[in-house]
Structure formats: C-alpha cells, structure tokens
Design a protein around this ligand. Sequence first.
Ligand SMILES: [Fe+2]
Length: 464
Amino acid sequence: MNRRQQEQTIVSLIRSLGTSLKNRGLYPPAHPLVRTPVKKCCSEILLFFADRQELALAISDETLVFEGVPIFNLTSSLELFMARLAAIGIPAIVFEKGLVQADIEHFIRFLHETKEEGLSPSDIQERIEEMGVTHIRVKPPSEDEEDDFSLAREIYGNAIDAVASVMQEIRKGRIPSGAESDRVVRDISGMLQRNRDAILALTLIRNFDEYTYNHSVNVAVISLAIAEALSLDSQEKTEIGVAGLLHDVGKTQVALDLIRKPGNLSIQEFEEIKKHPEEGFVLLGKMSHIRPASAYMVREHHLRYDRKGYPELGTDYAVNPRSQIIAVADCYDAITTMRAYQMAKPPLEALELMGKIAGKSIDPDILSVFKNVMGGYPIGTMVRLSTMEVGVVIGVGPEGRGPIRVSVLVDRQGTPLPRPEEVEIAGLDAVAATVSPGRSILGTVNPLLYPDAQKGVSPPAPPS
Ligand SMILES: [Fe+2]
C-alpha cells in the first residue's frame, strides 16, 4: 500500500470503530450492527501487518497522526470520535501483530463503558488489559522506530504526482480538483514539523526531465519552511504551500517549446511567458478546494517588492504580503538549479545574490527569515572539513542551528567514497550531544571542483 491507500484504509477502519461504538449504545454486543464493523476494521488492520509489526495511530490535538503526518480528510463524525478518544486521555492506539477481533470488541466495550475523562495512559492500558485486550496498546509509538527519510521521500513523490496531474489535466483542457494539492501540502507541512531537514534535503534532488514538477514541489517546500518560521496559522500555511506548488500552472497555456527554450527570448516570446501568472490566477479560480489567497499569490509571484515586474496591476492594487514568500522560494530554487542555460549556484552564493536584489526585487524581511531558516551552512552546501574530507550539508537542525549533518563524499586524499558517510558536526552556535570527534567545518568548497562527488548529493537511502 502506498501512503494514499494507507490513509484511506485508516480512515475506513476508524469509521468502522466509530460505527461499532455508536451502535454499541443501541444494540446488544453480539448484534450484527456492532459486530460487522469490528470485523471490517480488523481485516483492514491486518493489511498493515504484511510489512510491519504494529500499526500506530497517534492522537495529537484531536487529530489522527500516522507515521508523524496528520490525516486531515476525516469527516466531522470521525473527528467527534477522535475527540472522544482524546477526551478519555488516549494518546495513541497501537494495534500489534497477532490482533484478533475480540481485542477490538473489548476495546469498543471499554470506550462504551468509560465515562471518565483525562485518564493516564497507564491507567487505560491496565483497564483494557483487565477487559481482555491483548494486542492493543495506548502508548505513543517510539519516535525513532520510523524512517523519516523514506516518509519524506514518499510525501515528496506524492507532491510531484499531484502537480503533474494538475498540469496534465489542464493541458487536456480540463479543470482539475485542487483537493490533492491541498492534501499533499498539508503532508509537507506535517513533515516539516516532524523532520524539517529530511524534506528540505529532497529539494536538492535534480531531475532534469521533470524540471517544472521538481521546481514546483521545491517552491512549495521552501515556502512552507518560511511560513513555518513566521509561525503562521495552519490555514495560511496551506494557502502558501498550495500557491507554491501551483505557482507556474499558467505555463500550461504557453507553448512547451517556449518554456523549454534555452538562452535569450525575443521581446514577443517574453511577452508570452509574462502571461503565465495571470493565466494561473484564472485557472486556480476555477479549481475546487483552492482558497482565493492561493490564487492571488500565484498571480503576484513575479510582482517585485518594488512593484515592478509583471503583471501590471496598477498602483492602487493591494498586493498580498505573502506573495513575496513564493517569490523568494521561486528565486532561490531557480538560482540553485542547473538548467540547460544556467549553471547551478551553491546555496550560500544564491543567498548572497539574493541579498543584492533584496529591497528591489524581493522583500528583505522575508529574505532574512529565509536566511535564518537555512543557517550558516545551508542544506546543499559543499564543505571542506578539518579532516580535509569534502561533503555536502544534509541537515542543519531547527532554525538553522546545529548540529550540522554532513554527507562525506570525498576522503582526505581527494578520492570519492564508494558510499557517502554521514557525520554530525557541532553547529556554529550549539554544542552537539554526539559529534564526530576531530571534525569541524573549515569552509565552503566550489562544487565545480568535485563534479563527480556532486552526483552523490542526496539524502541517505533507507536501510535495506
Ligand atoms: Fe513563474
């Protein structure tokens, strides 16, 4: 099952639990309206045991969280059920391999009979065991059991699929739904909260064939990281992320040859390209599940901080202040990406270049927030270590403060390693609990000096 199918199955099994619990109040325990949903729930849980020992569902702020990422597409009746679990004091439900239908029936009985609220997890555990539950725990899952990088990869892949599908639908002349874009943006946002570096590191992976899709997802991820640093509320974060993901959908209305054309454009060609923000605005306006703020940000993503740029919207037009978040993310990802007509710039150089256009093209305040997000050695920076090894920064910790994680690609003799070695180095203003002895960062390295090493730039692969 992919993440999408897993989420659908979880929603379905929670629905069955809710139905059984509701009917338990109306019918005897053996009644089919109580038993059948339990049977369905049990068979759905068993699907997860094909490749795992347990299914852990955490409950945080009355929201269901699976593998660190909230599931938002619950209906209001399911949310009521979740609120009930949260009120009793259940922090997580962990279904263990070996689970049988009777476990769920006893658990439903516990939910039905328990009227108290705010019980401790150990109290709840004791009571459900007394009722005969053997393969359900109510303790939250251990954090390090899960692999953040594979989860981040899956979420990133879903986002690529979402934007690709939107653009393909539009090219066929159809207006797609924005529901999937909304969902993947919430997933990215959840992942940024869980392990920011894991998802930010994925913006380094360059797939030249799918530049537009990669760029769209990168802009969504970077915009959301800035929104997160600004402590915006979740609705605003979603609006910004969706705008980042779909900022260039208007390019579907421009001839592909023109979009891919390397080198300089003629005045007429540039006039064509300049239509894409307005085209995007119109398209987003027609899509379901898209909030108007996202459409306005798409319209304004090439509008400069000094009100130059395009489209021309008149001096009394009120610009959404969040549009500059998309502009900053768009600019950073474009500068750090190698394209047919442009060499990629290293992250620090990109930030320096952006500093020169701050106050003119881009908002200096948003740029400074972004610099804080990226830290002194942004993810993707190639560095030389005190051991003379060369590596790439793949993690900088929250708010850009260390410890810094470096994937070492080249040994002290200058020979590329067969497999990158990950090391942790104390940050500039923080002391790491576990740091690599004897290693510190001497400075940045021009990645062009190590073109072969650069190919290895990617987050560590999950253990096989
Ligand atoms: Fe654009």
